[in-house]
Design a protein around this ligand. Structure first.
Ligand code: ADP
Length: 558
């Protein structure tokens, strides 16, 4: 093998030689300045392994080889004009570019690109301003790098939290914009982030700029002499999602059709009172009845937020690693799991919810909830003050009122050098479906040597069933088993008519292929749009299984 040329990255972009790469990165530096271009040339630059210090160049929770989902270089645009110039340059050189906001998309690929050697585009390093918080309209307009912590801190520092709350996912270090465009969820009444977004500004693959919804209508006070991205936006941009004509926002989510540079997000008005709670259910079989109780309450909005029904091992993993509970290397047995539940004073299933509103409203709601769950023999009811040592209940108390944290992170340390994948099928809110998904995912997990660690996240009419596959990153055999497990589950699920809402880079092709109604009609549509907007296929090729015409999608399968 020829020795690498000085200045070469670990992985060159596909079809690009050293010399071309050098000219490309010089041109990049001309746009953004040398300090905003980092070439990923040694394994040392892939040292980051922790959510708290996330890598901008690879998937830290690698399931394939560590050096597979790795960027050749990372560029950090300073503003929208830089993003536009970068898109034009990538078209000129035909080099793939993979945008991310913070790169904390853990369990789904982090900052890693689908095509090794892509240019990573770090949208969050400089473009991290909260552009507007409108108290009366209860919304914010943010740039890509604004994290849930940033937005929450802003409300606290400006004494606005008595008026406005945000919604946060389990971990608050990711970006509001990145999480929303991946259709991530949180746990307050505003838990469906995409539902609560309003208005986007997007750079298309050819470098042109659009504002969606009401943003397409110029504000009469906007200065036409400013570049479009700096022009004052329409005053209804963050108030009405749909504008006029075809509604475009959806095609920019989980997609490779644009780089989002601004996004509006609705904030929740402070409900005037709050009480989180935990309901424990003692038996594994209680899952069926619990879900049957949850459905009418949730769709009827007595359950006001996105509550979760968590398997005891998820809570156990937040409170200690596997070795603190057992010497066993094998999946824990029912007897062992019961012992853990007993030790932690938890049920086999644990329901975390919250009541929102002034005291009399909460009291009425609580009576309804208690009566309903009280039908389950042995169900117990707790408020956070009843269980000061229950770390999970204390964390959920914050999360369900939109206070960000990173404490849930602990469960990834269930095993040493813990990395994780999420298997995330959508489920009907029915006892039969929940039990069937639980049985299947638990049986398969154990067959491949893993504990079942999972939670049902209850949306309005469906559940995101999140199965956390925790593996030891340093153990190549375990990584292979984890990959085989999730891949087996995808096929198993598709046979039952279950599909995933989001996935890791390594599974995107497989899952996209399961959404195959009428001879893959939806994929054909997606490919048509992709090729029309991005004829050279430079933006995030392969993202969510959509490959541009310039790539042989079979050859890129992993
Ligand atoms: P987080 O903000 O949670 O750390 P990431 O920044 O890792 O999330 O983004 C997750 C994924 O969302 C990225 O891999 C990319 O596909 C998409 N994404 C993130 N930000 C943007 C953006 N500004 N424009 C287009 N796609 C984006």
């Amino acid at each position: 093998e020829a020795p690498p040329n000085a200045g070469d990255p670990l992985i060159l972009p596909p079809g690009i030689d050293s010399q071309t790469f050098k000219s490309f990165t010089q041109r990049l530096a001309d746009i953004v300045g040398q300090s905003n271009v980092t070439i990923i040339s040694t394994d040392k630059e892939l040292h980051q392994e922790s959510y708290l210090d996330p890598s901008k160049a690879h998937d830290m929770f690698y399931v394939l080889e560590k050096q597979y989902f790795v960027s050749s270089a990372v560029v950090a645009p300073r503003d929208v004009a830089d993003v536009q110039a970068i898109m034009r340059l990538c078209n000129e050189f035909e080099i793939p570019v993979w945008p991310f906001s913070i790169g904390r998309n853990v369990g789904y690929g982090g900052a890693g690109p689908r095509v090794p050697g892509s240019l990573g585009m770090d949208m969050g390093r400089h473009m991290n301003k909260i552009l507007n918080v409108d108290v009366d309209g209860a919304y914010a307009l943010v740039e890509p790098g604004v994290t849930f912590f940033d937005l929450h801190d802003y409300l606290v520092k400006n004494n606005l939290r008595d008026k406005l709350w945000i919604d946060v996912p389990d971990l608050g270090g990711g970006s509001v914009l990145g999480n929303t465009c991946e259709r991530g969820v949180g746990y307050t009444p505003y838990g469906d982030h995409y539902m609560m977004h309003c208005g986007m500004e997007v750079v298309l693959p050819d470098g042109s700029l659009v504002r969606t919804g009401m943003g397409a209508l110029p504000d009469p006070e906007a200065d036409p002499n400013l570049p479009p991205h700096e022009q004052k936006p329409n005053k209804c941009w963050q108030l009405f999602n749909y504008g006029f004509g075809p509604y475009n926002d959806g095609i920019f989510t989980q997609s490779s059709l644009g780089v989002i540079t601004k996004m509006g997000i609705w904030l929740m008005t402070n409900p005037g009172g709050y009480q989180s709670y935990l309901i424990t259910m003692p038996r594994d079989e209680d899952l069926h009845q619990a879900i049957e109780i949850i459905r009418p309450l949730r769709v009827g909005m007595v359950l006001q937020n996105v509550p979760t029904l968590r398997h005891v091992l998820l809570d156990a993993a937040v409170m200690g690693d596997k070795s603190t509970y057992s010497d066993s290397k094998a999946p824990l047995t029912d007897t062992e799991i019961d012992a853990i539940a007993h030790k932690l004073n938890l049920g086999r299933w644990n329901f975390y919810g919250a009541l929102y509103g002034p005291e009399p409203v909460r009291a009425v709601m609580w009576q309804v909830v208690k009566t309903a769950f009280g039908q389950i023999p042995g169900a117990k009811f707790y408020f956070p003050e009843d269980m000061p040592d229950n770390k999970v209940l204390q964390i959920r108390d914050g999360t369900l009122q939109g206070i960000p944290s990173v404490d849930e992170l602990r469960w990834v340390d269930w095993l040493p050098n813990g990395g994780h994948l999420f298997f995330s099928p959508i489920a009907k809110v029915s006892g039969d479906d929940a039990v069937a998904q639980y049985k299947l995912t638990r049986r398969r997990s154990e067959e491949f040597g893993f504990d079942f660690i999972g939670t049902f996240v209850v949306g309005m009419r469906e559940m995101h069933h999140i199965v956390c596959i925790v593996y030891d990153r340093r153990d190549a055999d375990m990584r292979r088993r984890a990959h085989k497990l999730i891949s087996t589950l995808v096929d198993d699920a598709a046979k039952q008519g279950w599909g995933e809402y989001r996935t890791h880079l390594a599974l995107m092709d497989q899952i996209a292929a399961t959404y195959s109604f009428n001879d893959h009609a939806q994929m054909k549509l997606n490919e048509k749009i992709k090729n029309a907007l991005d004829p050279k296929g430079i933006l995030a090729p392969g993202k969510n299984g959509v490959w541009p015409q310039t790539y042989d999608k079979v050859a890129w399968r992993v």
